[in-house]
Design a protein around this ligand. Sequence first.
Ligand code: SAM
Length: 218
Amino acid sequence: MRLRNIPGSRETIAASEYVVHEDVMRDKKGHWNEVFGNDQPLWLEIGMGKGRFIMEQAQTHPDTNFVGIEKYSSVLLRALEKRAVSEELNNLWFLRMDAVDITEVFGPQEVDGIYLNFSDPWPKDRHASRRLPSREFLRRYQQILKKGAHIEFKTDNRDLFTFAIECAQEEGWTIDVLTWNLHADEKLMEGNIMTEYEERFSSAGNPIFKLVITPPQA
Ligand code: SAM
């Protein structure tokens, strides 16, 4: 998702009380518990888009800390607008950053889990390393995930899903959950929070795929 550039979005983000800003986010590496003021588990959503999923997660699970990561200011702005009219949340921060730098912002074994929801498919082979479930990204995630932590990935894109499964297998990750029709699985649907894309694509009749994977233990 890349919305047209919105004039003033960078300035609005810079002034936002909901964002850990680019000039200080690297100082938080290894100290996210201090940012939240507690030792609750920490989950990230990478590529959160307009933020519906992560905001609902934060409301539903006040005993967990969440960080929503989005690359584009124009998209993050939409999340900030939603956040301003939603319930006050003290367990959620937003970051505007490219996830390629994730290991500069989160320390070794600092993160309890990562959500990847409807990641951009980047269909051309030469762009494969930009796909968020690629081997390159899995190696980055592995550095910041705690032992036993996992990644939850949802998409309706068959090629991207197959690619994610192959990458996980090639990198030695364990596949804990794999379904080609999440919405037909009553058990897996317990507590499922729909993302903006999930709502749109499932309403159009597309099956939703879900993968849960755990990195190899050293
Ligand atoms: N997760 C949301 C959902 O399911 O409704 C949004 C899905 S949208 C297709 C993918 C989002 O990931 C876009 O907003 C895009 O800007 C963001 N994104 C893609 N690559 C990224 C990266 N390297 N770092 C951070 N965000 C990224």
